[in-house]
Design a protein around this ligand. Structure first.
Ligand SMILES: [Zn+2]
Ligand SMILES: [Zn+2]
Length: 166
């Protein structure tokens, strides 16, 4: 049976529904995601666009150009309560990144070795714990030319302190 999961904004004006599992989950420590969330990082399960449907009020959008890739990122948010709900990417058309904390059950999707990764760890905030045994990327997982960047893996969890990255 296909998994159905629902989420929405703080005020409830916008609701969304996803079908199936995320293709992968990105935990992003970049400064864009810190500003977007007002927190230390974004937990971002990524779906094919057709696996995500939105109901209720139409989201407002904000576009900006990524300093890294030079491509547009579109943030969808609630015009009433301001909750950021999802991201669209000029660089990855056909995919939608959800703001994972907006699911009614924000813990339903897995964050295991095969399905998730931490990116922009060089920007991770003080006190954040980077897990052992998972692919971590100092910057984006993909280079600007589309080729893969190399991940690194910690043997032990590491608390980000003033010496990170060493
Ligand atoms: Zn709202
Ligand atoms: Zn980010």
């Amino acid at each position: 049976m296909t998994q159905i999961h629902d989420g929405g904004c703080l005020c409830g004006a916008i609701r969304y529904r996803t079908t199936g599992d995320p293709i992968q989950t990105t935990i992003c420590h970049c400064t864009f995601c810190q500003r977007l969330t007002g927190s230390a990082f974004l937990v971002e399960p990524v779906f094919k666009a057709e696996a995500v449907s939105v109901s209720g009020a139409p989201p407002k959008t904000y576009e900006l150009t990524s300093a890294g890739s030079g491509k547009r990122v579109t943030v969808s948010f609630c015009g009433c309560c301001g909750t950021s709900l999802m991201l669209g990417f000029e660089r990855f058309p056909g995919y939608v990144g959800l703001c994972g904390g907006t699911f009614d059950d924000p813990s339903w999707f897995v964050r295991d070795l095969d399905a998730s990764r931490h990116i922009f760890t060089r920007k991770a905030r003080l006190g954040v714990v980077l897990p052992a045994g998972m692919p971590l990327y100092a910057d984006h997982a993909l280079a600007a030319d589309g080729g893969p960047n190399a991940p690194f893996v910690l043997a032990e969890p590491r608390v980000v302190d003033g010496s990170w990255p060493s």
